[in-house]
Design a protein around this ligand. Structure first.
Ligand code: ATP
Ligand code: MG
Ligand code: FE
Length: 341
């Protein structure tokens, strides 16, 4: 079965073709990052318009790259939520119209299920069951995964998502958008012993997380440095380092707790923040100590992409799940509501 995948939930237009016999065939991505950078964050209406402009050319380019024609497609998968309503509608209407014209099934995919299953696009696939740490721009969740569509939410963030905390910290320090890669790169030059940031919620039982306090801690530390006439690039780097270590440490402690609680030894880490070097280092160390395994998507599939949507949609289409023409998008959508495959 050859499936076209379309992602348009936020500021990336992603298109991919997944073959259920041969794996990922090809994918393309257009990022709107530059468009939104001058506003310091995503402007929803600009995002929708840009998806509309880019979707058709990207789909044509993707088919060409794969040496395929529309008539070779057996199904279409598109992101149906959660995300920005206008951006979702742009992708959904193109996907549904194509499926109608070609008389093939279409399936609306949960964006976070796409992220969660992204490591399945790699050679070394994790076996079920496993613990998934899903850390992205809008979510920070710890999930027990027993199969596709069999998700149990064990922990969530009480305030900011991990990626949001990186983005806000970067903004405070004047590093620009999106913040994750910028904070992480500057942290490389930071002194790990200069500041010690708190590890939020680790002395409380449970698997919930909280990251908004770290952002305040960054602000206070930076303001103090300004008062002390020490607002240098080195100080910025030292703050980035302390911030990143605090996030990584917190995630490691929460993952350890989840694995112990569920008596599992496989960890899947996905979403944009799973690209982070320090976080991967800490979680690899944890899994080595436990003699377990850690799985991640390749770097380009940590953030939004069409490949993860094509993969997740293909699994559901294989299981006979698709939706009729009266499509809907779902800007807010819980993972636990999904049907099992
Ligand atoms: P969601 O998937 O929750 O709807 P999103 O699609 O905006 O949100 P993703 O595309 O998965 O999120 O990831 C983007 C986020 O990942 C941003 O917050 C970005 O700062 C963060 N990020 C990207 N690379 C890194 C990195 N190397 N270190 C830390 N954070 C990173
Ligand atoms: Mg993005
Ligand atoms: Fe995402």
């Amino acid at each position: 079965m050859i499936v076209l995948g379309i992602e348009s939930s936020c500021d990336e237009t992603g298109v991919a073709i997944y073959d259920t016999d041969k794996g990922l065939v090809t994918h393309t991505l257009y990022t709107q990052m530059a468009l939104h950078a001058e506003y310091g964050g995503v402007v929803p209406e600009l995002a929708s318009r840009d998806h509309i402009r880019k979707l058709t050319p990207l789909i044509q380019q993707t088919l060409k790259q794969a040496n395929l024609d529309q008539s070779n497609l057996n199904g279409i998968a598109y992101t149906a939520g959660p995300g920005l309503i206008g951006a979702l509608l742009a992708g959904a209407s193109v996907a549904r119209s194509m499926a109608f014209a070609l008389n093939i099934p279409a399936v609306g995919v949960h964006h976070m299920e796409g992220h969660l299953l992204a490591p399945m696009l790699e050679q070394q696939q994790p076996q079920f069951p496993f613990i998934c740490l899903l850390v992205s721009g809008g979510h920070s969740m710890i999930i027990r995964v027993d199969g596709i569509g069999r998700y149990k939410l064990l922990g969530d963030t009480l305030d900011d998502a991990a990626g949001e905390a990186f983005d806000k910290t970067a903004k405070l320090l004047g590093l620009g958008y999106p913040g994750g890669p910028k904070v992480s790169n500057l942290a490389l030059q930071g002194n790990p012993d200069r500041y010690k940031f708190p590890r939020p919620m680790i002395d409380r039982p449970g698997l919930d997380m909280s990251f908004s306090g770290l952002k305040t801690y960054t602000l206070n530390t930076w303001n103090q440095a300004k008062k002390d006439n020490d607002a240098t690039e080195q100080t910025k780097a030292d703050i980035c380092r302390a911030f990143e270590m605090a996030v990584a440490d917190t995630l490691r402690i929460k993952c350890k707790r989840a694995l112990e609680q569920e008596n599992l030894n496989r960890l899947v880490v996905s979403g944009g923040v799973s690209a982070n070097r320090e976080i991967r280092y800490q979680l690899d160390k944890l899994m080595q100590q436990r003699k377990g395994e850690a799985f991640y998507p390749r770097l380009e599939f940590c953030t939004d992409n069409g490949a993860m949507i094509a993969y997740a949609g293909a699994q559901r289409l294989l299981a006979g799940q698709s939706q009729d023409l009266n499509f809907a998008t779902t800007p807010r959508w819980s993972l636990e509501e999904l049907p099992a495959v």
